[in-house]
Design a protein around this ligand. Structure first.
Ligand SMILES: CCCCCCCC/C=C\CCCCCCCC(=O)SCCNC(=O)CCNC(=O)[C@H](O)C(C)(C)COP(=O)(O)OP(=O)(O)OC[C@H]1O[C@@H](n2cnc3c(N)ncnc32)[C@H](O)[C@@H]1OP(=O)(O)O
Length: 160
């Protein structure tokens, strides 16, 4: 299934957590689910912290990129952008806070919900809840900031 990440411009699609063009990355997909956002991910055994449980850094990384993806969805909605090939807004993480409430079991599908708690012209705050086996294991808060669409593009790209 496609996510907001499939609408990022190519030069913003290399991120390890969510870049569709990063073959070594997590390639998460973030979508609306009613008023909330959602992503799903199945950790591999090599994502182990201690046997049976997921490494916390991976979980932080998933929350990070689900947060920036949720922020992009929220900004697209607020600005009435109809998502087409590569016109999604792109956000970078300004702040990431994670609370590990319970060990996260490995082997089942992880689900992360996002709630847009604040949105301005350029900044979005997203509260995240991470579930495994329907158990709330981790919460997080991401502050994401919009980057200009042409950031990182070669300056003379239109001359080539
Ligand atoms: C990868 C490097 C990124 C480089 C920079 C952008 C290039 C984009 C290129 C490609 C995008 C794809 C990237 C994938 C993203 C996936 C997730 C990651 O792994 S991201 C990597 C980790 N994050 C950083 O390395 C950000 C480093 N920080 C910065 O570059 C700046 O500090 C930035 C852009 C976050 C903000 O700088 P300002 O000068 O543009 O804007 P100001 O005015 O400082 O902040 C805007 C609003 O955000 C709040 N804000 C900023 N930092 C905050 C913080 N730490 N905590 C709380 N609020 C913060 C401010 O208070 C302000 O809020 P008010 O508009 O006044 O309401």
């Amino acid at each position: 299934m496609k996510g907001i990440q499939d609408y990022y411009p190519d030069h913003f699609a290399q991120c390890y957590g969510c870049g569709r063009l990063n073959e070594h990355g997590h390639q998460i997909k973030t979508n609306w689910n009613g008023a909330e956002t959602i992503t799903k991910f199945v950790p591999k055994t090599y994502h182990t912290a201690i046997p049976g449980f997921v490494y916390g850094g991976l979980l932080a990384s998933l929350i990070d990129c689900h947060g920036t993806g949720s922020a992009a969805l929220a900004l697209a909605k607020a600005k009435n952008i109809v998502l087409d090939k590569s016109n999604a807004p792109r956000c970078v993480t300004a702040s990431l806070q994670v609370k590990y409430l319970k060990p996260t079991p490995i082997g089942s599908e992880i689900e992360i919900k996002g709630i847009i708690s604040e949105i301005t012209e350029r900044k979005v705050k997203v509260s995240c809840e991470l579930f495994a086996d329907d158990m709330l294991c981790v919460t997080g808060e991401v502050i994401a900031v919009l980057v200009p669409d042409n950031f990182g593009k070669p300056k003379n790209a239109n001359l080539q």
